[in-house]
Design a protein around this ligand. Structure first.
Ligand code: ZN
Length: 411
């Protein structure tokens, strides 16, 4: 194992032990573990030659200036917060890998012609305030007043938590860059899915991040006695919901890369001897193309209405989240593909079904993403694992990419 990849694996191990909950990895927004993580990652940044600062959101930012005044800046990063009982690669890899890559370039005596910022976003997972991307939204100047009103389980608002974090003071971070001064944003992330493993590849390039619609679908029927109500007189909301769930599965199976998931079902009254009178389903629909996602959602809701009509139920849809798809930059992606072919001979294009900081960063600058294979596609779990050999390949790809971008921008 080359020393740089070994160093990266050790850093991931060490950061994976910086936690708020003994025995498992849990590091949430503005927590004591997050302060310790920022301090440790800041040390690593300084060791690789970066100047380190923290903004008022708790985002950790390391910067290497360009040799010439007026050169543009390339952003690289991911998030340093985690879910509860998390794996140690999700997020951390995209912060630590660029630091190691820059340390390696420094060791080789190579100065890039553009400035670089490596960002460890303070919040992506939405664990503490049930609102995701607070870190990258703050960095990109996209935070709204409503984002600061969300409350955690203790009733503390995000605004108050940020004030406490800033020793009584908080103001939104100023926009750090003019759009024209940026080259783009690159995020390295574990795949969190099984495609690279199935294709026997260490890394792949993301073409788009799927758009996502989420909401609640309520089927309303009539509760009744399970012993005395004949079958033909029933208005069973759960039977209707079940028919809908199977319809959603069949539809998505036939329309790859569409994915549709019913993840929760709340049945009322919820007793073995009572006909279900009401069922609330969650529905999550994702597709890399906005028009296809919207078309699928229309089909699903039409089917729900038809099922309800046939069963004498009523049905209502309440959307809770609607995020458009993010298309990755064709230029940065093409360059990343060249690096993939140079390092692992083959490049594979993937769609990200999960959201990432790159979604928010795409509102500021063109984005590209590199996915790294993870064992069994497993993520958000303590057994999440990326092989050191794969980390080495990802590291080589990022270094190769930086050198290609350097060549491009000096031509
Ligand atoms: Zn992540």
């Amino acid at each position: 194992m080359p020393p740089a990849a070994k160093q990266l694996a050790q850093m991931l191990d060490e950061l994976g032990r910086v936690t708020d909950e003994p025995g498992k990895l849990t590091r949430t927004f503005l927590s004591p573990a997050m302060r310790r993580a920022n301090a440790r990652v800041g040390q690593w940044m300084r060791g690789a030659g970066l100047a380190v600062r923290e903004d008022s959101m708790g985002n950790l930012i390391g910067r290497v200036e360009a040799p010439t005044v007026g050169a543009k800046t390339l952003l690289l990063g991911s998030h340093l917060d985690t879910v509860r009982d998390a794996g140690r690669f999700d997020g951390a890899l995209g912060v630590l890998l660029p630091i190691v890559a820059l340390g390696e370039l420094k060791r080789r005596g190579i100065a890039l012609p553009f400035a670089i910022e490596v960002i460890g976003f303070a919040e992506e997972e939405g664990v503490r305030f049930s609102s995701a991307y607070l870190g990258s939204k703050g960095y990109a100047g996209r935070l709204r007043a409503v984002d600061l009103k969300f409350r955690d389980a203790q009733g503390i608002s995000a605004g108050d938590a940020l004030r406490a974090f800033g020793n009584g003071k908080f103001s939104l971070p100023p926009a750090p860059h003019r759009v024209r001064d940026l080259l783009g944003y690159i995020e390295v992330h574990i795949e969190q899915g099984p495609v690279l493993e199935a294709k026997k590849l260490a890394v792949g390039v993301v073409s788009a991040i799927a758009g996502q619609t989420r909401g609640r679908l309520t089927f309303q029927g009539k509760a009744g006695h399970a012993g005395t109500t004949p079958m033909h007189l029933r208005r069973d909301a759960l039977a209707g919901a079940a028919e809908f769930i199977l319809f959603a599965e069949t539809l998505a199976r036939g329309c790859e890369p569409l994915v549709a998931t019913v993840g929760t079902a709340a049945v009322a009254p919820g007793a073995p001897n009572v006909i279900p009178g009401e069922v609330k389903l969650s529905l999550d629909v994702r597709h890399p193309r906005n028009d296809s996602r919207i078309a699928a959602l229309t089909l699903l809701l039409d089917a729900a209405k038809k099922i309800a009509r046939q069963r004498k139920l009523s049905c209502a849809w309440q959307p809770t989240q609607d995020n458009g798809a993010t298309t990755c930059s064709p230029d940065l992606t093409a360059l990343l593909e060249q690096s993939n072919r140079a390092v692992q001979r083959r490049s594979l294009s993937l769609v990200s079904g999960a959201g990432h900081d790159a979604v928010v960063m795409s509102t500021l600058t063109p984005v590209a993403m590199l996915f790294v294979r993870c064992r069994d596609g497993l993520s958000h779990h303590p057994d999440e694992f990326a092989m050191p050999a794969d980390l080495d390949i990802a590291l080589q790809v990022v270094i190769d990419f930086l050198l290609r971008l350097a060549k491009d921008s000096t031509q």
